[in-house]
Design a protein around this ligand. Structure first.
Ligand code: FHN
Length: 466
């Protein structure tokens, strides 16, 4: 890694590069920007140094890839109400609002929710084998139903379903055993809690989206959340909290700060998303782009969350599945921009994960077994995006992720020849050196075999001289 400017010899550049041309200068500036880390946008718990923050977030930054799980009693209607398919363009977890399903009818889904086929170890193995390093599951979504036994309500899986067991306890144990870190999604918006009411001045779905807090009852609801968050944090020891539903008008920046501080007092090492506040860059620890990938990344820690089809919660009929190839290239794209990818599954009411999700995750896992080192623990590309793919990097190593294999068998990278110690394919277990030669002053050409080892993305590793 480059030393601080003050002590650098006038002509020495990082990785032993020769005096720079214009584009190398640009790349170096981009690199310097990236190495300097996120600007002061980041919010830090009072008194936490930048170094302590880096240490707290290191595992999460290195992880790069996690599983999002939207699971709840909305998996019972699974997108259909009264024989009608509800809102193909919207998540099945919103069926109560979108159909709409009357509250007393919606509550009858709980006694029909009996996930006898739920196997926490199977879920953890699926995530781990896909190359995912953490799981974030919905402990309570907007419908207010809790996937854990809570003393603050009986509207939960232990009291209201024939299942009567606590899947979060099983998942916490399986995660510990499986070396996966567990996190919880928790919604501030709650259609079931008596302190909130549907907005009478709005129509349809919007009545649910923007609930009102009943006069004088906000503290009651905040106390309710704190009781449950204390249960979640002290009982299951999560590593991440993913808040959501913060867009309601009655939830303020101050409420976010107060809740964030409350959670950090219970577990200082927690990583909390920016929806604890009002989804601003300075709220929480990381930004949360949804269903999209920022064009050039973001100047602070961020994580894109995305569905594998068009719904977060399970729907029987949503077959708009993204291909494993597409999801893999998205993972590479996100890592090349310094972000994390939280990829969603929507389990069925019986506790199984839909086959298309399993198949795609298994395919991603096969690629990660060969190329995972070019994702886990990497930093954002120091160079502008090449036409043929993406870059990720580690100290002393650059990874070229090739989507479009060059017909002429030559791949040029913007690094001076004498900075490159060797280049090889990650798919080649023998790590046989590839031919490398200068391709202009600050570029190196790597000789490639005629066919790509992997049609979706083949990775070339370039070891760089210190
Ligand atoms: O309304 C939710 C939605 O159901 C889902 O949970 C996503 C996941 O991040 N967040 C909200 C929409 O922004």
């Amino acid at each position: 890694m480059p030393r601080p400017a003050a002590t650098r010899r006038p002509h020495s550049w990082p990785w032993g590069l020769r005096a720079p041309s214009a584009c190398v200068l640009v790349s170096a500036l981009v690199l310097a920007g990236l190495l300097a880390g996120p600007p002061s946008l980041e919010a830090r718990p009072p008194g936490e140094t930048a170094a302590a923050r880096d240490a707290r977030l290191q595992w999460w930054r290195d992880a790069r890839f996690g599983m999002f799980v939207h699971w709840g009693i909305y998996a019972v209607p699974a997108g259909t109400f009264d024989g009608r398919k509800i809102r193909p363009d919207h998540g099945g977890e919103w069926i109560q609002a979108d159909a709409p399903v009357p509250a007393d009818v919606y509550e009858t889904y709980a006694p029909r929710f009996n996930p006898v086929k739920f196997d926490a170890r199977e879920w953890v193995a699926l995530a781990r084998d896909a190359g995912m390093r953490y799981i974030v599951i919905t402990s309570k979504h907007h419908d207010g139903f809790c996937l854990f036994g809570s003393k603050a309500t009986d509207y939960d899986i232990v009291d209201r379903t024939p299942y009567r067991k606590d899947p979060l306890a099983a998942l916490a144990e399986a995660c510990r055993e499986g070396g996966i870190r567990l996190g919880f999604y928790y919604s501030q918006l709650d259609w079931h809690h008596p302190a909130q009411m549907l907005d009478p001045d709005r129509e349809g779905h919007a009545r649910y989206r923007y609930t009102r807090i009943r006069d004088g009852r906000k503290d009651e609801y905040v106390a309710y959340m704190k009781t449950q968050l204390e249960e979640l944090i002290t009982r299951y020891d999560p590593w991440v909290l993913f808040f959501d539903g913060e867009w309601v008008k009655w939830w303020t920046v101050e409420d976010g700060r107060d809740l964030e501080a409350f959670c950090r007092r219970l577990k200082p090492g927690l990583i909390i998303n920016n929806r604890v506040g009002k989804r601003r860059p300075e709220d929480g620890d990381y930004g949360t782009p949804e269903q999209k990938i920022p064009a050039t990344g973001l100047p602070y820690d961020w994580e894109t969350c995305m569905t594998m089809n068009r719904t977060w919660g399970y729907k029987t009929w949503d077959d708009q599945w993204k291909s494993a190839d597409d999801l893999l290239r998205k993972l590479v794209d996100i890592a090349s921009k310094g972000g994390n990818f939280l990829l969603n599954v929507g389990p069925k009411a019986d506790g199984t994960i839909p086959e298309p999700s399993v198949t795609a995750l298994r395919a991603m896992g096969r690629w990660m077994r060969t190329n995972g080192e070019a994702i886990h623990g990497t930093g954002a590309s120091p160079f502008p995006r090449p036409l043929w793919g993406r870059y990720t990097r580690k100290p002393g190593r650059l990874y070229a992720h090739v989507f479009d294999w060059p017909a002429d068998g030559r791949l040029t990278v913007p690094v001076a020849r004498d900075s490159v110690a060797r280049a090889y394919l990650l798919a080649d277990e023998a790590r046989k050196p590839l031919a490398i030669e200068a391709a202009g002053e600050d570029r190196t050409a790597v000789g490639l075999p005629a066919t790509a080892p992997d049609p979706v993305c083949s990775v070339i590793a370039l070891d760089l001289k210190p």
